[in-house]
Design a binder for this molecule. Structure first.
Ligand SMILES: N[C@H](CCC[C@H](N)C(=O)O)C(=O)O
Length: 275
């Protein structure tokens, strides 16, 4: 498990980054990860992210992702921007250059810009049920009984599963109640990240995300991608959307089916540590 680590965040979604480039691939013990994620008795983070040698020779590096409860994930949007910034500061990659990085769900392409901003080609959103996975036939909006009421949501995979619920007001108390319930709903056999989206206009969505394995976070990069993609698929959003999360705003660009989705946002260093 990590000895030296770097604490980073992407608009308030916080990470411990560990450099395992000289180590043999391994899966960290879930209990140990959860202990380190504890914000009182551990370091405190939403996800642990490792930097490792690539499995795919077309990629420069691989990054592993584990939630605060120790569960693995296939993708982390805020996290991959931090990985890119970390590699640039380490001198392992160049600025203003496309670099392929390998996530557990496949490759993405990053480009480190100035002022700590990173743009990521996140690949194409996948609405097919098997990709999420979801035990329903494919259509844009699903409805399921959640906590005694029927809840309608969009569903999409960004390499990790997302449900998107559109609400008129994020202050609606149903949001706090339904988030934890839908995350573990049996309609999602592997669990799901639940985004609650308030549409403020075709280019502006306000979002809160209850993350699988980490709970309510101040931001979720793949959640912002998912909300923009579902909104676009439903004709509610234009191709460029500012997604405003509690921790900050990400800009998402998606031209629709057949196109990959781009996310632009910051990555920040907090401190170096040893455990
Ligand atoms: N909780 C997510 C992984 C982290 C995603 C989020 N932190 C992001 O920035 O995309 C899952 O289990 O799929």
């Amino acid at each position: 498990m990590p000895s030296r680590f770097t604490k980073m965040h992407g608009i308030g979604n916080d990470f411990v980054i560990v450099d395992w480039r000289e180590d043999a691939p391994r899966v960290p013990n879930a209990e140990r990860v959860a202990a380190l994620a504890d914000r009182h008795t551990g370091i405190g983070f939403d996800q642990l992210i490792s930097i490792e040698p690539p499995r795919d020779p077309s990629c420069a590096f691989y990054y592993g992702i584990w939630n605060a409860d120790g569960s693995p994930s296939g993708q982390c949007g805020n996290g991959v921007r931090c990985v890119a910034a970390w590699l640039y500061r380490d001198g392992a990659i160049e600025r203003d250059t496309d670099v392929r990085l390998e996530s557990p769900s496949g490759p993405v392409t990053v480009r480190v810009l100035g002022e700590g901003r990173v743009v990521v080609d996140m690949g194409e959103p996948d609405f097919t049920p098997a990709a999420i996975p979801l035990d329903r036939p494919l259509h844009a909006i699903y409805t399921a009984p959640v906590g005694g009421e029927d809840v309608s949501f969009g569903a999409v995979s960004m390499g990790n599963p997302h449900a998107v619920v559109f609400v008129d007001d994020l202050a609606d108390p149903r949001v706090d109640r339904l988030g934890p319930l839908l995350t573990v709903h049996p309609v999602f056999p592997e669990g799901v990240n639940v985004g609650f989206a308030q549409r403020l206009g075709p280019n502006h969505i306000r979002l809160r995300v209850h993350e699988r394995g980490s709970g309510w976070t101040r931001a979720c990069g793949t959640g912002a991608c998912a909300a923009a993609a579902v909104a676009h698929a439903l004709g509610l959003a234009a191709s460029i959307v500012d997604v405003e999360l509690p921790g900050g705003t990400l800009t998402i660009e998606w031209q629709g089916p057949g196109h990959t989705l781009w996310m632009i946002g910051p990555a920040a260093f907090v401190f170096e540590g040893e455990v």
